[in-house]
Write a protein that binds this ligand. Structure first.
Ligand code: FAD
Ligand code: NAD
Length: 478
């Protein structure tokens, strides 16, 4: 047994490394254990988010959008660019450079804050003892007053379409194709399917998405989901709802995918297939049976509202516990846990976590959806405003989509906001601030929004809640 720490954190993703930094800032002696390693056995920090998730996907989304602009939309601005060429290797190199800059940044931050980084696969035993197995198979034991499990998640698999890493890939494989597939199949029209499907569609692939559910984006506000579906169809994404995949056969030239759709059996040929059907918490080998840690019925580590597990002094944060699998959710849980270990009564408002799909345009939402308010029997008011009536959106040629704001019918307090359209992520963030400040739509109505900005759509949607939007004809005038 060696090195007793105040806090040991297992996993260096956005949940774990943020928790470690905050613990260290609070004066706690902190260690992070990370099992992934790269060159010279150096730990690969940053988890899914930095290495194979948020960051590389956004690098490719940005590059592919520039390609789409150069090959299509720039001519609308009166700009001719001649022959546009595509250098996939160059695009991938740019993505890798961004990843290594950011993971290097995390390494520097941990070092600067005095966090000890240990490389190896960790298992929590009883009594907050942690066994760490190195790449060479050596086992070291550490103890701490507090242990935080932040082991994250991995892509879910489905038996009809096993990953072979070549023709059939998960999200990680879809981030490093060496060429644009002519025909790309995607199983699952969720967040990853839409983002990575968009990347390859913009670069020239014909993309077909096979989604098992009959409803598109069921967790988003229904009106916004319906509007998004129309926009994606216009972009050429072929999304087939109610498609149940029964098999995928790989051969030398591609993959044949069989599925049932509207009572018929269909087989389609693709060059490549992405399986994006959700993610599962990474709990295997993470804790021993006598550690005191338990899992819930879905396999997530069981925690209370403050991320404490059933084992004294042991916490769990990020994708490994209930709630949305989002980097910012895990990071804020990390901060909350660090503060609580330090003795503060910190908490996290799980009702106000924004979610964003980084398509073009983006789809984003926070708080209650209209269907949730209906099913909960809440009396509410709704205001919507289309980007087509926003001067800045016209000037940018980004007129698809709308902003929707929902507020309590009596108190007018904002309960939710949902956007599909330009800068949706940043516009929804404005409402995150408003909800946290307990603002009403009247508060937004009385604020001055700069002109010409996309934010004016937020102002107008808030005005529309009371039938007093200026730049459209209101159904009910006040
Ligand atoms: P992870 O990031 O998964 O990190 C866990 C770490 O723990 C890993 O480094 C792992 O190696 C390590 N580990 C696991 N077990 C052990 C062990 N026993 N011992 C030692 N180390 C261990 N979220 C967003 O909010 N925005 C986005 O735009 C976004 N885009 C995404 C795009 C893609 C393609 C994917 C796949 C995900 C995306 N996500 C996004 C989700 C986001 O990446 C995750 O929610 C986030 O990374 C979870 O953070 P975490 O710290 O809980 O786990
Ligand atoms: P998801 O839950 O968003 O979508 C998976 C989709 O696959 C669902 O629509 C589901 O109905 C469908 N599906 C499941 N089984 C199927 C089957 N057998 N056949 C056909 N369809 C099937 O999950 P994801 O897209 O894999 O993403 C995983 C997680 O990563 C999500 O929880 C998400 O929060 C996170 N993520 C977030 C972002 C972001 O914040 N922008 C980006 C990527 C990933």
């Amino acid at each position: 047994m060696s090195n007793p720490f105040d806090v040991i954190i297992i996993g260096s993703g956005p949940a774990g490394y943020v928790c470690a930094i905050r613990c260290a800032q609070l004066g706690l002696s902190t260690a992070v254990i990370e099992q992934s390693s790269g060159v010279n056995n150096q730990p690969l920090l940053g988890g899914t988010c930095l290495n194979v998730g948020c960051i590389p996907s956004k690098a490719l989304l940005d590059s592919s959008q520039r390609y789409a602009d150069a090959t299509g939309h720039l001519s609308e601005h009166g700009i001719g660019v001649g022959e546009v060429t595509l250098d996939i290797a160059g695009m991938m190199a740019r993505k890798e450079k961004i990843v290594s800059q950011l993971t290097g940044g995390v390494s520097g931050l941990l070092k600067h804050n005095g966090v000890t980084v240990i490389t190896g696969a960790a298992m929590l035993m009883s009594g907050r003892e942690v066994a760490v197995t190195s790449g060479e198979g050596e086992v070291a034991h550490y103890t701490a007053d507090h242990v935080v499990l932040a082991a994250g998640s991995e892509p879910a698999a489905i038996p009809p379409a096993p990953i072979d890493g070549e023709r059939v890939v998960d999200s990680t494989g879809a981030l490093c194709f060496d060429a644009v597939p002519e025909r790309l199949g995607v199983i699952g029209a969720g967040v990853i399917g839409l983002e990575l499907g968009s990347v390859w569609a913009r670069l020239g692939a014909e993309v077909v998405m096979l989604e098992a559910m009959d409803q598109f984006l069921p967790n988003m506000d229904e009106q916004i989901a319906a509007e998004s579906a129309k926009i994606f169809a216009k972009q050429g994404l072929d999304i087939r709802l109610g498609a149940r995949v029964t098999g995928a056969e790989v051969d030398a030239d591609g993959v044949s995918v069989s599925y049932t759709h509207q009572d018929s059996s269909v087989t389609e040929r693709f060059d490549r297939l992405i399986v994006a059907v959700g993610r599962t918490p990474r709990t295997e080998g993470l804790f021993s049976a006598d550690s005191g840690v338990t899992v819930d019925e879905r396999g997530f580590v069981f925690v209370n509202d403050y991320c404490a597990t059933e084992a004294p002094g042991v916490y769990a944060i990020g994708d490994i516990v209930r709630g949305p699998m989002l980097a910012h959710k895990g990071s804020e849980e990390g901060v909350m846990v660090a503060e609580r270990i330090h003795g503060k009564a910190a908490q996290l408002n799980y009702e106000v976590i924004p979610s964003i799909i980084y398509t073009h345009p983006e789809v984003a939402g926070v708080g209650k959806t209209e269907q949730e308010l209906k099913s909960e029997g809440v009396e509410y008011k709704a205001g919507t405003f289309p980007f087509a009536a926003i001067g800045r959106a016209q000037a940018s040629g980004e007129t698809d989509g709308l902003v929707k704001i929902l507020s309590d019918a009596e108190s007018d307090q904002i309960l939710g906001a949902h956007v599909v359209g330009p800068s949706a992520a940043d516009l929804v963030q404005q409402i995150v601030i408003a909800i946290e400040m307990a603002a009403s739509t009247e508060d937004l109505q009385l604020m001055v929004f700069g002109h010409p900005t996309m934010s004016e759509a937020v102002h107008e949607a808030a005005l529309a809640v009371d039938g007093r939007a200026i730049h459209m004809v209101n159904r009910a005038k006040r």
